[in-house]
Design a protein around this ligand. Structure first.
Ligand SMILES: Nc1nc2c(c(=O)[nH]1)N[C@H]1C(S)=C(S)[C@@H](COP(=O)(O)O)O[C@H]1N2
Ligand SMILES: [Mo]
Length: 365
């Protein structure tokens, strides 16, 4: 278990780099408390010194007006916005693949929906005057690699320029109303909702505007990519037939009751609840099943508070007997996608697994 000041008891998936996921029942809040947010590092957490407002950021490459600025200056020159945004690791759900795929064995807790405050990346890019050749971004953070190098990035991903120009893509400096803690990328990070969390560079120092797809660590080979043509589970795959993941797949999780909860004798009807989200899409319905998918019934689903916030759902379920039960949930999105019962499109590094979430419950007899 993670033992870190200011953090809840997250499930450790690795300590070098530090990776920890949130048990589903700790994600019950509508806005994820900072203490309960998952952590995903690729290198080491940097030591941060000095005043946050003096943190330096450079934007260069395919721009008419390269920018070398301090965060205090960005705060003064641009509108500040506060949004609830889903941040989800590209590998969330990986452990549901058979056979196992390479990488951290996330179950469903590589996700958060917190309140981020920052300036729109689009506004800052407008000030740099993008050249027509500006088609992609490349992100750099101040974290040393695992072997403590600072001359090479531990991760450097990027996105198509139109995602960078969306009004929900932020250069953020506050998380749930407070300065962003260092472990979550403070003092300054990107938040790119709906797409793999790896785009949301922590400890942001530089955005390189590119005239081609970015090629930093985490962009090539099988990283953050899915097979265009499905491959046999467990096979090697073809690096030339992989497409970069953009919008994350539709997913729902049950956050109450907790998995493995024991309910008092005589319990027959309970309320279950959770959240659903769908990358760039909106969730249009959530269904629950108590007979392992033979029958489904519709949950009550709330609209998102803003685009890219997750959506809450509640449902009542009836158990005919005492004993062992499962409750499953399945979301469907505005693109007509819904969660499979078993993870599909197996790939060597295990992205995109979004099977229905299953809760085990026991009604005492
Ligand atoms: N500089 C830097 N930014 C980074 C990473 C990293 O290793 N270094 N990890 C990325 C990944 S893979 C994810 S999923 C998110 C996790 O953000 P969190 O740790 O604040 O939850 O940060 C992203 N930003
Ligand atoms: Mo990630």
């Amino acid at each position: 278990m993670l033992d870190m000041r200011g953090k809840a008891c997250l499930t450790m998936l690795g300590d070098s780099p530090l990776v920890a996921e949130t048990p589903a029942h700790l994600l019950d809040d509508e806005v994820t408390p900072t203490a309960r947010m998952f952590i995903r590092n690729n290198g080491r957490t940097p030591r941060i010194a000095g005043e946050a407002d003096r943190w330096r950021l450079r934007i260069d490459g395919e721009v008419e007006q390269p920018l070398e600025t301090m965060i205090g200056e960005l705060k003064r020159s641009h509108d500040q916005v506060t949004l609830r945004l889903v941040l989800e690791c590209g590998g969330n759900g990986r452990s549901f693949f058979t056979p196992k795929a390479k990488g951290n064995p996330w179950t469903v807790g590589g996700v958060s929906c917190a309140e981020w405050t920052g300036v729109r990346l689009a506004d800052v890019l407008a000030a740099t005057r993008l050249k027509p050749s500006a088609i992609y971004t490349g992100h750099y953070g101040a974290d040393p690699t695992l072997d403590d190098r600072t001359d090479v990035p531990s991760l450097s991903r990027g996105m198509r320029i139109d995602k960078a120009l969306e009004p929900h893509t932020l250069i953020a400096f506050k998380l749930n109303g407070e300065d962003i803690p260092v472990v979550h990328g403070g003092p300054v990070r990107l938040v790119v909702p709906g797409w793999p969390g790896s785009l949301s560079a922590k400890w942001l120092t530089r955005i390189w505007i590119r005239d081609r797809e970015h090629d930093g660590p985490g962009m090539g080979g099988f990283s953050y990519r899915l097979p265009r043509t499905p491959i046999a589970p467990g096979s090697e795959g073809d690096a030339a037939d992989m497409a970069i993941i953009e919008s994350m797949p539709v997913r729902s999780i049950l956050t109450f009751p907790a998995d493995d909860a024991v309910l008092p004798a005589g319990t027959r009807r309970i309320e279950v609840r959770g959240h659903a989200w769908a990358g760039d899409n909106q969730v249009t319905s959530v269904d629950v099943s108590i007979d392992r998918g033979a029958h489904w019934s519709r949950a009550a689903l709330h609209a998102p508070v803003n685009r890219y916030a997750w959506q809450h759902f509640v449902a009542e379920v009836d158990f005919a007997t005492a004993g062992h039960h499962e409750v499953w949930c399945r979301a469907t999105d505005s693109g007509g996608n819904s969660q499979p019962v078993v993870a599909t499109n197996w790939n060597p590094q295990g992205y995109g697994a979004n099977p229905v979430h299953r809760l085990r419950l026991f009604v005492a007899r």
